[in-house]
Design a protein around this ligand. Structure first.
Ligand code: RTP
Ligand code: MG
Length: 139
């Protein structure tokens, strides 16, 4: 299997609730290596661009409000089969549907406030990493 990279955000609810350490521990023991990481806050324009694929959806305005209301942890993670394995680790979008032991099952509140983001393809992982990090911030 090929070693590759994915992009994640610990969303504002995770930071507000003090879950940064617990979630990073889970990511680390699951075999992901952190190759970039920072605490940052998205502007409204950032969030509208980052989630542009959802701009016609009824939840878009709430999503932008949520993602910009406080700091986030942005990170790039490396592992064999990173994108797919990270989506498995975080669990379903709605924590009610997420498998036991997944990050969303453990730490998410609802389908809207669901603790973490994970890229859904290698192509989007590269786009999203470049959106948040310059080349010299990725190791
Ligand atoms: P993400 O992109 O953040 O990793 O989440 P995902 O792939 O599991 O889900 P996606 O369909 O891409 O939705 C993006 C984010 O929008 C919010 N959402 N709210 N209220 C709702 O029905 C609803 N549906 C989605 C969530 O924050 C979701 O992660
Ligand atoms: Mg998504």
């Amino acid at each position: 299997m090929v070693t590759n990279r994915t992009f994640t955000i610990l969303k504002p609810d995770s930071v507000e609730k003090g879950y940064i350490g617990a979630i990073l521990e889970k990511i680390s023991v699951s075999g992901f290596r952190i190759v970039a990481m920072k605490l940052t806050q998205m502007t409204k324009a950032d969030a509208e661009t980052f989630y542009a694929i959802h701009n016609e959806r009824p939840f878009f305005k709430d999503l932008v409000e949520y993602m910009t209301r406080g700091p986030i942890v942005a990170a790039v993670l490396e592992k064999e089969n990173a994108v797919e394995d990270f989506r498995t680790l975080i669990g379903a979008t709605n924590p009610a549907d997420a498998t036991e032991g997944t990050i969303r099952k453990l730490y998410a509140t609802s389908i809207s406030e669901n603790a973490v983001h994970g890229s859904d393809s290698d192509e989007n992982a590269a786009i999203e990493s470049a959106f948040h990090f310059s080349g010299r911030e990725i190791f």
